[in-house]
Design a protein around this ligand. Structure first.
Ligand code: OGA
Ligand code: MN
Length: 289
């Protein structure tokens, strides 16, 4: 059966059926997936029954996989390529990744090799909620005024694990946080990122990782950043995914943001296997590691 693409929202997102990710993928299918992904930014593959090896094999079709060195404590015990987003107990304690992604972000924008594609695979989901939301950052940029666009094209912004952990991951293990800060010094990213494959401009700041503009203070940056954070996620730029077990989602971190609302109870399991495909280098490190 040929691949079928069905759009899911005005902002972004499409469902792709007619492909079985547990089997080797033909080069034609790979090309069709790539095309749909660049066009719709978020692809949903429903009803995929795949093993960790099969997920890894699929991920490798698109590039080199991250072994999650920047966040080493949350990896699958047997597969470093798989990062566990789960509220299961691990070693007798509830996993620290249970509240992953509660603010809007782009994966690993605090590194100089931010994630290109994230592939998140749903193993268990609560009866209600546990959704993930996405926003189209091409649209966010395209809908700004020409004057604002030209101001933003000149700016870089600081993305850091320090900002991230100060305002968001406060309740995690302090030694592990200190280690992750040390190995991830602050990075300057362009505020407007040129997508390396489509050539389109996308806004590249996010409320989770971005603290201020390079050359400005936090206070000076605050007003404009707050406007950009709010503008980026206007409802018409978004898609909200209600997961079913065996959905695999693949999103493009170069032109989207995502977040996981706290719209469910941890009394019920939510268990995801994440794979991330490394992108081309972006940004520059501001201090030595
Ligand atoms: C991620 C992430 C959100 C979720 O996988 O990078 O932010 O819904 N996940 O689990
Ligand atoms: Mn994420």
């Amino acid at each position: 059966m040929a691949l079928q693409v069905r759009r899911l929202a005005f902002g972004l997102g499409a469902e792709l059926t007619g492909v079985d990710l547990s089997k080797p993928i033909s080069s034609d299918d790979r090309a069709a997936i790539q095309k749909a992904w660049l066009e719709h930014q978020v692809i949903v593959f429903p009803g995929q029954d795949i093993s960790p090896e099969q997920q890894i094999r699929f991920g490798r079709l698109f590039g080199e996989l991250d072994d999650h060195k920047a966040v080493p404590f949350y990896r699958h015990p047997e597969y470093p390529e798989i990062y566990l987003i789960t509220n299961h107990k691990i070693g007798g304690k509830t996993s620290e990744t249970k509240d992953t992604g509660r603010l809007w972000h782009s994966d690993h924008s605090f590194t100089t090799r931010p994630t290109m594609a994230t592939m998140l695979y749903c193993r268990e989901i609560p009866a209600v909620g546990g959704n993930t939301m996405f926003a189209n950052m091409y649209m966010a940029f395209d809908t700004l005024s020409d004057t604002m666009k030209s101001v933003l094209r000149k700016l870089e912004a600081v993305h850091s694990m320090i900002h991230y952990t100060d305002h968001y991951l406060k309740d995690r293990n302090p030694e592990q946080i200190a280690h992750m800060r040390k190995i991830n010094p602050p990075v300057a990213q362009p505020v407007v990122r040129i997508h390396p494959e489509t050539g389109r401009e996308a806004l590249f700041v996010n409320e989770m990782m971005t603290s201020h503009f390079v050359g400005m203070t936090v206070e000076e940056s605050h007003g404009l950043l707050k406007f950009l954070f709010d503008h980026s996620v206007r409802p018409e730029f978004t898609y909200r995914h209600a997961w079913k077990v065996n959905d695999l989602l693949m999103w493009d971190n170069r032109c989207t943001l995502h977040m996981a609302p706290a719209d469910y109870t941890h009394e019920e399991p939510r268990h995801m296997h994440r794979i991330t495909v490394l992108g081309t280098p972006s940004g520059r490190q501001l201090e030595a590691a």
